[in-house]
Design a protein. Structure first.
Length: 343
C-alpha cells in the first residue's frame, strides 16, 4: 500500500466519523454505549469531543502537509509494538496514525479501559482498507516479534517498561502535567477558555491544566465567576466522589483552600494536583516563572498562556485538548523515531 492510499484511508475514516457525529448509526450508538459502560469516565460528551478532535487532524491537506516533512517512502517496513494508555478516550490514536501512515506494521496492546473505542477505530480502518489487516495485530501481551516499542503509562509503569524493553529502540512515556500562566491582562473570557483546559475529560489527560501560575493580585472569586458554566460536572458521580474526598481532607487537615462547589483551588508548589483540585502559585517576577518551568520541563506537557515567552511553544487557552498533527507527546517527534532507526 503506497503513502497516498494510506492517507486516503484515514481521510475516508474521518468522513465516516464525521457522518456519525451528525447522524449516528445504530452501530456507532452501540459503540458509545458500550464504551461508557466499560469506563464511566468516557461519557458520551467526552467521546464525541475526542472524535471531533481526531477528525480535525485528518483533513487531507493537513495530512499531506504533515507527511511532506518526512522521507517516508524510502524506509523499510518495521513492526512497532504499541502499549496504549486509557486515561482519556482514544488517547493512543496519534501513535496508531504515526505507525500506519509511516508504512510500518504494529502490534498493539489496548488499555483495558479503552478497548471498545480503539477496537472500533481499528476495525473501521480495516473495513475501509482491507490491506490494513496485514499491518494491524491486537495483542493481549507484548512479548516478541517487534522491532521497536512505544509505551505510555504511569511513572511507575514507565520504569518497568524501560527495564523490560531497554534493548529495543523505544519511546517510553510517563506521567506529565500541564500548567497555565495567567497574566494581569487576562480577561474573564480567557478564564472561561482556560476552564476547558482544566475540565475537559474531567482533567484526566496529561494535556489538562493542573496548576496555575497567577499574578499576586489574582482574584479567585473573579476566576470562579468565569468558570461557573462548568458546574454541570457535578452530575458525574465519580468526579464528585473525588471532589468530596479532597474537600474532606482539606477541611480535616485545616488546609486553606477555595471552593466553588465543583473544584478546589489551593496553593501548592507541585504541578501535579489530585482530581477535582487545581493548584496555584502566585508570582511577582515573570522571569522566575519562566526559569521554574524550564527546570520542570521533563514533567510538563503543555504551557497554556496568552504569552509566547517560554522554553517551548505556548498553547492558547481553550486548546490543550485540540492537538495538531505536529503536537507530539513529550515533545518527541514520533515520526522521526519511526523513520530513523534501522533493524
Amino acid at each position: 500500500m503506497d503513502l497516498q492510499a494510506r492517507i486516503q484511508s484515514f481521510v475516508r475514516f474521518k468522513e465516516i466519523i464525521s457522518s456519525n457525529l451528525q447522524i449516528a448509526t445504530p452501530l456507532f450508538e452501540d459503540v458509545l454505549y458500550r464504551a461508557e459502560a466499560q469506563n464511566p469516565w468516557f461519557t458520551r460528551k467526552n467521546i464525541l469531543h475526542a472524535f471531533n478532535s481526531i477528525c480535525s487532524i485528518l483533513e487531507e491537506s493537513e495530512l499531506t502537509a504533515w507527511v511532506q516533512h518526512y522521507n517516508i517512502e524510502k524506509t523499510q517496513v518495521k513492526t512497532i509494538a504499541l502499549v496504549l494508555a486509557g486515561n482519556i478516550p482514544m488517547v493512543g490514536f496519534h501513535d496508531v496514525l504515526c505507525v500506519l501512515i509511516s508504512g510500518n506494521k504494529m502490534q498493539v496492546k489496548l488499555s483495558s479501559k479503552d478497548t471498545v473505542l480503539m477496537t472500533y477505530v481499528l476495525k473501521t480502518l480495516q473495513s475501509i482498507e482491507p490491506q490494513w489487516g496485514e499491518y494491524i495485530t491486537i495483542e493481549s501481551h507484548i512479548v516478541k516479534g517487534f522491532d521497536a516499542i512505544i509505551a505510555t503509562g504511569s511513572s511507575n509503569s514507565s520504569r518497568y517498561f524501560e527495564y523490560y524493553f531497554e534493548k529495543y529502540p523505544h519511546i517510553i512515556r510517563k506521567n506529565r502535567n500541564s500548567v497555565a500562566v495567567v497574566l494581569d491582562s487576562d480577561t474573564s473570557d480567557i478564564y472561561t477558555k482556560l476552564a476547558s483546559d482544566i475540565f475537559s475529560y474531567f482533567g484526566l489527560g496529561c494535556r489538562n491544566v493542573s496548576k496555575l501560575y497567577v499574578p499576586k493580585d489574582f482574584s479567585v472569586s473573579h476566576f470562579f465567576e468565569a468558570i461557573q458554566s462548568y458546574d454541570y460536572i457535578v452530575a458525574h458521580s465519580k468526579y464528585m466522589n473525588n471532589y468530596e474526598y479532597n474537600k474532606s481532607i482539606y477541611l480535616v487537615g485545616g488546609q486553606q483552600h477555595y471552593d466553588n462547589g465543583f473544584v478546589l483551588l489551593t496553593e501548592h508548589n507541585s504541578i501535579s494536583s489530585p482530581l477535582a483540585v487545581v493548584y496555584f502559585e502566585k508570582y511577582v517576577n515573570f522571569a522566575q516563572v519562566q526559569e521554574q518551568l524550564q527546570a520542570l520541563s521533563s514533567n510538563i506537557q503543555c504551557i497554556v498562556s496568552t504569552e509566547d515567552a517560554f522554553y517551548k511553544k505556548n498553547v492558547l487557552p481553550g486548546y490543550t485538548q485540540c492537538p495538531s498533527l505536529w503536537d507530539y507527546a513529550d515533545d518527541i517527534d514520533t515520526m522521526n523515531f519511526l523513520l530513523q532507526f534501522t533493524v
